[in-house]
Design a protein around this ligand. Structure first.
Ligand code: BGC
Length: 738
């Protein structure tokens, strides 16, 4: 009886299933359907109003999805050094959440200084996991604007002066971030090379300079990195704002490079509906950035790509073809990120992330000078160490503009050094100078009071007295994240160190033979006292683990291996933009130095730098022997391999960055004496040798012929240089292009 009933129930169930097959999930909601099919399916279901809605912001950092259809919102976050704390819906102030503290990773200048693609991958993976955990869909970074002048307040957010280095370093960052289902948003495309008048300036440059210097890192991020979004810059280019610029966005980015992602405006970078419709912008953010002066309720509706666009469509002034293209791109971004059901879960402030921050920081520190083996500090002698300077104690993760963070923890250089020295010595502190005592940004407050009313003389006297009785003096100076230092929306006033630091450094050097100056900055600074200070270190902004990373280098737990990603000129006038070009102006700014940016200028014009591009010492030494090329000649489209044996000839382990530069000896057009076209970081135990092999493809010999609008090289003799820095070439090899 019982069995009979069960059989009847089963048959009834089968009959039901046969009559009512399970409804098919709509394609756009099917996480396993191809993204393009999801996009087309969603688009076909949306009204014009819904399409308009998804192409502009609904709050400071989000755009709406389509609630009716279950299409999710898109949440953006700064970027590029950590995940910004959540802000209020309509205000820049942090919202006061307690679950949004992050790990701050080293600033991108420091990452570039590692010259290590794997470090960049680790950075992208770690920050991508934090973004994912915080449920952000678009990470506003990395930044790859070229370092043209040391006055640019935002250089610390970029990857230096060389297009090849920046291009190589940006790709792994983008790829690893996006493995988390989080889009990278490479910024600021393009030519945002100064902060002064950033909404009003218009760089004027030839196509060759554009293609050779200012575009390659963006191109690599898009073409090789596969970046899902890109941020338009504030400045103008060829008469149009970069955020809606036919040349940059339609012709170059979308047509030449085949970009299928979304162009996002910089916050407040949109200025015209018509241009925004036709000139390549896809997603508008941040218009009226001052807290929405047009009124809270309707402000977002008044965006250029909101009601004004809809009105034009309704009145038949414009069609919907462009709207569909924008909506498609935004939907693609949503399906790749917010509605990507296959993405991992991410993690926040994990041990691995803290470790990554420390390790990248250690690798980025650059030892600029080390006379008499002043470094590392020898702890076997139980030294007394005088630490001097505001930057030894100032929390640097707060401030500087949109990259400001709220960190779970930040180790100051003083604390890092105290920990590294432990019982093996004594670390004493004197302030030395007072710089910027502000400790808050947008409501995030670093828990420290930096106020100090003592006079310059008193501060110097105290530091000098301490320096006299110590075995080592480590001064942490440089810039900070205040306005007109390393800070968004303003530029520096000059190359000099602020806050009378030169006076302090000279006074310290006069009383102690072992002065170590650690420069905390994202920019080059003048060092008029360079001859009297035996050891100089470039310490960057290293984020949460700053103090531990620097201390590990100073006491020798780690041998430094960073190399400068930009030139330190002796004087500002030695920099090309300030010598023959223009910088910092409001309207047209002529880039008269053309392709001779950074070391390209110094090398070609024979102007000795203070510290050269690619320079960076180690606690050990490296020898280069048996350099060779796989062939003495190359043909169009071909490639050769350069090889060299690098030997760690010192008595401790270390890493060296082998740099490969190309020079065209017989060019009919202007060519820099040498240009970076390859590099490889190599780890060597004391006494160990390795053969390093670097590819030289035909493209490495090319220049951009703007008349032909093509890359090409002229036949004849080239020189391949292998070295430890742009000004420390260890082997030159002739190569002929046939
Ligand atoms: C900056 C961007 C940033 C955005 C959002 C702008 O002012 O230029 O880099 O991502 O604000 O904070």
């Amino acid at each position: 009886m019982k069995h009979k009933l069960t059989l009847v129930a089963l048959m009834a169930l089968l009959a039901m299933v046969a009559c009512n097959p399970r409804p098919k999930v709509a394609t756009y909601l099917d996480p396993n359907a191809p993204v393009e099919e999801r996009v087309e399916d969603a688009l076909a279901r949306m009204t014009i109003e819904e399409k308009i809605a998804i192409i502009h912001a609904q709050s400071k950092f989000s755009s709406p999805g389509v609630r009716r259809l279950g299409i999710h919102e898109l949440w953006c976050t700064d970027g590029p050094h950590g995940i910004r704390p959540d802000v209020f819906w309509d205000k820049w102030d942090q919202a006061g959440c307690t679950n949004d503290s992050c790990v701050a990773y080293p600033a991108l200048t420091a990452l570039a200084a590692t010259w290590n693609r794997e470090a960049s991958a680790l950075y992208g993976k770690s920050i991508g996991e934090e973004a994912r955990y915080r449920e952000k869909d678009v990470l506003l970074g990395p930044g790859v604007n070229i370092y043209r002048s040391p006055l640019n307040g935002r250089n610390f957010e970029y990857m230096g002066e060389d297009p090849y280095l920046a291009a190589q370093m940006v790709v792994p960052y983008v790829q690893e971030v996006q493995k988390n289902g989080v889009a990278a948003c490479v910024k600021h495309y393009a030519l945002n090379n100064q902060e002064a008048y950033r909404h009003h300036t218009e760089p004027v440059l030839d196509d060759r300079t554009l293609y050779e210097i200012y575009l390659p890192a963006f191109k690599a991020a898009v073409v090789e990195g596969g970046s899902w979004s890109i941020m338009g810059a504030y400045n103008y280019f060829e008469g149009q704002h970069a955020c809606h610029n036919d040349r940059l966005l339609n012709q170059i980015l979308k047509q030449e490079w085949g970009f299928d992602g979304a162009v996002i405006s910089d916050w407040g970078g949109t200025h015209d509906t018509e241009e925004a419709i036709y000139n390549g912008l896809d997603l508008e953010f941040g218009t009226w950035t001052n807290g929405l002066t047009q009124g809270y309720a309707n402000a977002y509706d008044s965006y250029y790509l909101a009601q004004p666009y809809l009105k034009k469509i309704r009145e038949g002034e414009v069609g919907t073809e462009e709207l569909d293209d924008k909506a498609r791109r935004v939907l693609r971004l949503i399906f790749r990120t917010a509605m990507n059901a296959n993405k991992p879960y991410g993690s926040l402030v994990s041990e691995a992330h803290i470790e990554a921050a420390r390790q990248i920081g250690e690798e980025g520190v650059v030892l600029l000078k080390n006379d008499n083996h002043t470094l590392p500090i020898d702890l076997s002698t139980k030294p007394r160490i005088a630490v001097v300077g505001e930057n030894a104690i100032k929390m640097m993760t707060v401030g500087g503009g949109s990259s400001s963070l709220k960190v779970a923890a930040e180790v100051s250089p003083l604390d890092g050094l105290r920990k590294a020295v432990g019982e093996s010595g004594e670390v004493l502190y004197a302030r030395g100078y007072v710089g910027d005592v502000n400790t808050q940004y947008n409501g995030v407050v670093a828990a420290q009071d930096l106020h100090d009313d003592r006079s310059e003389d008193e501060l110097i006297a105290e530091a000098v007295a301490l320096a006299k009785e110590c075995d080592w003096v480590v001064m942490f100076g440089g810039l900070n994240k205040a306005s007109h230092q390393d800070c968004e929306n303003s530029d520096r006033f000059g190359l000099e160190l602020p806050y009378a630091q030169n006076r302090l450094i000279e006074a310290l050097a006069a009383v102690n033979d072992r002065v170590v100056y650690v420069n905390i900055s994202g920019n080059a600074v003048a060092m008029p006292w360079v001859e009297s200070v035996p050891a100089i270190v470039q310490g960057w902004y290293l984020g949460s683990e700053a103090g531990n990373s620097i201390a590990n280098v100073l006491v020798g737990n780690v041998s430094p291996s960073g190399k400068l990603p930009f030139t330190f000129p002796v004087r500002l006038e030695d920099n090309a933009a300030h010598s023959v070009g223009e910088y910092g102006g409001k309207g047209k700014v002529h880039y008269a130095e053309s392709i001779l940016v950074g070391y390209r200028w110094h090398e070609t014009k024979n102007i000795a730098p203070l510290f050269a591009f690619g320079h960076g010492l180690s606690y050990t030494t490296f020898e280069y022997t048996n350099a060779s090329l796989s062939s003495k000649s190359i043909r169009e489209g071909g490639r050769v391999w350069a090889e060299v044996t690098v030997t760690n000839s010192g008595d401790r382990d270390g890493a060296e960055v082998v740099q490969l530069y190309v020079g065209d000896n017989e060019a009919s057009v202007l060519r820099p004496v040498k240009e970076l076209k390859g590099f490889q970081k190599v780890w060597l135990r004391a006494g160990e040798s390795k053969r390093v092999k670097i590819e030289v493809p035909y493209e490495a010999l090319c220049f951009f012929d703007d008349k032909a609008h093509a890359w090409r090289a002229e036949k004849g003799a080239f020189t391949i240089s292998l070295g430890s820095a742009s000004d420390d070439i260890r082997a030159t090899l002739p190569l002929r292009l046939r």
